[in-house]
Design a binder for this molecule. Structure first.
Ligand SMILES: Nc1nc2c(ncn2[C@@H]2O[C@H](COP(=O)(O)OP(=O)(O)OP(=O)(O)O)[C@@H](O)[C@H]2O)c(=O)[nH]1
Length: 358
């Protein structure tokens, strides 16, 4: 029996994974693709965006969400049963695509494909790591690497002092293909510098492509035939290297919660207010849905750092409450200190009168 290929899409928070997958589904060339989505936080935004995308080949039953947070903690309880369920209808599937949470290490997920029940039926076609080229070009992860490395080697306890950078590096190390996304936001020289940086980090030859809004032909992303489950042991994460005894986790450094809001006076008022909240509390990522006064459609809100994007995706259903909900993600300490104020800030924005917003 031929194994079903599975592609793991990983990448840092807001790099463009959901956008890339949405494009892939729209250009699947008749392939029957099942999606597994692993989100941090419990709102299911990515699943909802993809289900609401109106792509004919993307049926609701083909989108499975794992919303328990980190896939590597829930492999046995959640991931393996989900895979088994999918495989019950394997005859109707050409490919499985898994979107990892932007906070997850891909290594444990790929290793889970070596579980006997799964290995017999599925192979990892490839790990695709989506990179936010604009963020990297702006030096978001450009700490002095030599210095950090020396410090790590000198002192094991410093291992998790820079979790953002480590997570980023681990996602690159796990890759079979690197996608330098958001190429529209950087010039050619910056893109070349980003490429050199990530290639150096990968430490081996691998495919690198550039993309705008994750637009790549399906043939570039699928069909890598890497068999990554057999290679992943050689692509160990910082976590695995420094903690062979397997204690604490990188993602304990991140925190997320869901903030509720009401109806907002205008898109401009909402985005200006959110920008302010994000900057004041060092929010890394905010995404969700909002109700805007006098607008029958629901507004999708996507913020990566201070950059906010919005669009109306579908009308509110009859009987559906016109409320707003956002997943807020940040470093543990920033969220712990700021959660109450962030909640208040988001709720208070809904009270601004329309006139003040215009
Ligand atoms: N300018 C620009 N914006 C992009 C590009 N790709 C994605 N975006 C925007 O970046 C934001 C984040 O994109 P997503 O696809 O949700 O990112 P993600 O990696 O799924 O995010 P998480 O699920 O939080 O990890 C959205 O507002 C996208 O519209 C791109 O190539 N160029």
């Amino acid at each position: 029996m031929q194994k079903i290929p599975a592609t793991v899409i990983t990448g840092f928070l807001g790099a463009g994974k959901t956008t890339l997958i949405r494009n892939l589904l729209q250009n699947a060339d008749g392939r029957r693709i099942a999606l597994i989505i692993n989100e941090f936080g419990d709102l299911g935004v990515d699943g909802d965006i993809l289900k609401g995308c109106g792509v004919e080949t993307c049926r609701e039953e083909d989108v499975v969400e794992l919303t328990n947070g980190c896939i590597c903690c829930t492999v046995a309880d959640d991931f393996i049963p989900t895979m088994e369920k999918l495989l019950e209808r394997a005859d109707r599937l050409d490919h499985i695509v898994i979107e990892t949470s932007g906070l997850a290490l891909p290594q444990p997920l790929v290793a889970a494909f070596n579980w006997p029940e799964v290995k017999a039926r599925v192979t990892v076609d490839g790990v695709v790591t989506v990179i936010d080229a604009a963020a990297v070009a702006a030096g978001r992860f450009a700490d002095d690497e030599a210095k950090v490395q020396a410090a790590r080697e000198a002192d094991e306890s410093l291992d998790h002092d820079n979790p953002l950078e480590e997570l980023f590096e681990d996602q690159i190390r796990a890759a079979d293909l690197l996608v330098l996304n958001k190429a529209d936001l950087v010039d050619a020289a910056a893109l070349r510098a980003v490429r050199a940086k990530v290639e150096a980090e990968a430490g081996r030859k691998l495919g690198v492509v550039t993309a705008e809004n994750g637009r790549l032909p399906a043939d570039v992303l699928l069909g890598l035939k890497a068999g990554t489950e057999d290679l992943i042991a050689d692509r160990r994460s910082h976590h695995e290297i420094h903690h062979a005894d397997g204690h604490s986790h990188d993602h304990e450094d991140f925190e997320s919660f869901v903030a509720e809001g009401g109806e907002y006076a205008s898109v401009e008022a909402l985005t200006a207010g959110l920008k302010d909240v994000i900057a004041r509390h060092d929010v890394l990522r905010l995404k969700g849905f909002a109700a805007i006064r006098a607008k029958p459609m629901r507004l999708v809100v996507q913020a990566v750092g201070g950059r906010i994007e919005t669009y109306f995706d579908r009308p509110f259903a009859s009987g559906e409450a016109r409320v707003s909900r956002f997943v807020v993600i940040g470093l543990h300490d920033a969220i712990e200190d700021g959660e109450a104020a962030i909640r208040e800030g988001i709720a208070a924005l809904a009270e601004a009168p329309a006139a003040a917003a215009e």
